[in-house]
Design a protein around this ligand. Sequence first.
Ligand code: HEM
Length: 320
Amino acid sequence: MASRNILQLLVMFAIATSAFATLSSTRYYNKVCPKALPTIKAIVKEAVKNETRMAASLLRLHFHDCFVQGCDGSILLDSTATMVSEKEALPNKNSARGFEVIDKIKAKVDEVCGRPVVSCADILAVAARDSVVLLGGSSWDVRLGRKDSTIANATLALFNLPNASLELPSLLQKFEQQGLNAKDLVVLSGGHTLGVSQCRFFRPRIYNDTNINRSYAKKLQGSCPQTVGDGDTNLEDLDSTAKKFDVAYFKDILKNKALLHSDQVLVNNRSTASYVKSYSNDRKAFFNAFGKSMIKMGNIGVLTDDQGEVRSSCRIVNSK
Ligand code: HEM
């Protein structure tokens, strides 16, 4: 009986400490590797110069990392004989991208630091911030010290990551599950101010939805045929200024010109609609809120101290 009580206490302690794991300051790597953050920034800059869209892809990678067992770099792990990669899960497969850029950052950072001290999870968080800043957003402080997981969970990726056909209550629920509220949902959906979507994700919207501007739908139908399988991977911009971090995304929603169903439904209730309206004409408020919500998202389920590890390769767990 006594040993069962001790076991229960230990389990409770483990849960409590993991729930309270907090990140260290933005200066976490300053002593051990002062060149770490400038190196990440330089490689992100180079990658975005090569292809503007990469900024969007890197921002999304951090989001897809954080929503699956926390911001622990789990999305970066490749499949093994005993583990299915999150990359194989429906929301990521042939969709999540930027893995080669993360590999390049990791290799260079480890080289300048002289050994692997910067976690893949931290690289994702910093690269997301640097990407937003490069395309015109304002910066936020990324607290550091995330450790990398030793497991991935493709099933959880399927359940936790929202898809574009969801209605507002389900979107709210998926965010609430992560400790994020209605405001965070609207603000972070504002990430769709950057980047593109494949036809297969917005096809139902442009043929079936009624809350879509008619001429906008018609235009999109030109590049995204109704038949499933035709033009599935054709790309369209997520907002009218997809290479610029701005408030056009919110203005577009108010004109019924959101590309994704999940974006348009943000005006379906009074509370979320009021955020959409206020950000549509207040760039400063949106930028400010975006940083705050990104910090909140970046704190989800982080591993710190002796939890997890700093991987040598972001694709593979360290060997024992
Ligand atoms: C609210 C629920 C969300 C849904 C349903 C959703 C869904 C999607 C879908 C379907 C795509 C297109 C993927 C493709 O074509 O391969 C996409 C792209 C994107 N998403 Fe989301 N997303 C959501 C939230 C977010 C959040 C919170 C962020 C970041 C803070 C984000 C950032 C992005 C970016 C930047 C892209 C463009 C990626 C690129 O061009 O490579 N999304 N999203």
